[in-house]
Design a protein around this ligand. Sequence first.
Ligand code: FAD
Length: 383
Amino acid sequence: MPDVIVIGGGITGLATACALADAGLGVSLMEARQLGAMASSWTLGGVRQSGRDPAELPLARAAVAQWAEWHHVLGAETGYRRRGNLRLARNAAEAEAIRAMVAAQRALGLNLDFLADIKAIRAIAPAIGDGVVAASFCPDDGHADPDMTISALAGHARRKGVILQERMPALRLLVQGGRVIGVETPVGHLHADRVIVACGLQSAALIQPLGLALPMVAKRVCVLQTTPQPPAFEQVFGVANADCAGRQEIDGRFRVTTGIGDWPGDPARWTEATLRPSFADTAALIARTVPILPLLAASGLERVWGGLIDLTPDALPVLDAPAGCPGLVIGAGFSGHGFGIGPVSGQILRALALGETTPFDLAPFRLDRFFPEAVQMPLTLHG
Ligand SMILES: Cc1cc2nc3c(=O)[nH]c(=O)nc-3n(C[C@H](O)[C@H](O)[C@H](O)COP(=O)(O)OP(=O)(O)OC[C@H]3O[C@@H](n4cnc5c(N)ncnc54)[C@H](O)[C@@H]3O)c2cc1C
């Protein structure tokens, strides 16, 4: 019997499994599809502190420090590059919004500059187009490669003895005397002292029978990937109204993304076909990104895919061990920015599972914050 069961093989579940195994615990991780089947592969892969909610900023700062070392710890490359994040303004109103954001985040101690004109922006990123009038620049932000990261985590987990089971959906949490004691799977019951639910959008359905509500809406996003291009852009870009973001990957491909509305389907039943962006979605993303990076106009389009984002009402995740449910830990609802803080989410969920304290204020991430009332925040994509 493992000490801990982790449900979900995305960055959150895998980082947690690694952190627990590093602490000497026996861990079994079950993944309904294959490792990195959902957001952790669909993702842009931005590792960003700038523009974070102040509640999340301490986690993001700690994560940036951890990304720099993570490939040593995991024994394999994550593709992490610390080359900065630009948030771009395309008109005077957006420039003012960014100026205000820079002032607010500098007051929180973030290393963030305001670039007041295209000349200053091009000194950092020569490929940016003429329509951009101002930007924020955080040199300590960056990006990592989603597939390399998932593979590095899986390799480390295996070497540390974690049992990784793919195509193994958790059907139900097992509860005895008010305590979570394991998981029902298609091949039987698996018991453990603690169960960590880290399965993104599907987390809500698993904890609902325990009387726990995790309000989330599924937002569909469109992602485009070009053919490999010569190195031209090192940073991650977002825009002031957060309706698109992008970066050039280390193999030269550009990856850009935008939101394309709600997804009303059952989050357990998505297929590539049901998520696939339309011609119009694709055209809208191209129209948004070519003025930002004009070189994209001549780039070959290699892949288009759709993804889902687990958006909570306040766009902050749940990182919690609810008091009324001993044995249960929840890490879900990352709302479009859980990749960058993945390493720290793993550390926090490990601490919650072991009943240890963390250096972070976890009150903003408690599940019970949503009740009695919750106001829905919009989806934002900043990389
Ligand atoms: C297009 C896009 C761009 C993004 N850009 C960024 C970015 O630039 N920076 C950033 O920080 N974040 C970004 N994000 C968000 C980030 O990718 C996610 O927040 C993060 O990957 C969430 O990881 P996760 O492990 O919590 O969830 P997921 O990666 O969704 O993993 C959950 C896993 O649980 C499995 N699962 C579900 N149900 C069950 C079950 N019953 N039993 C077993 N397994 C189950 C799923 O198959 C899945 O593999 C982006 C997301 C998208 C979609």
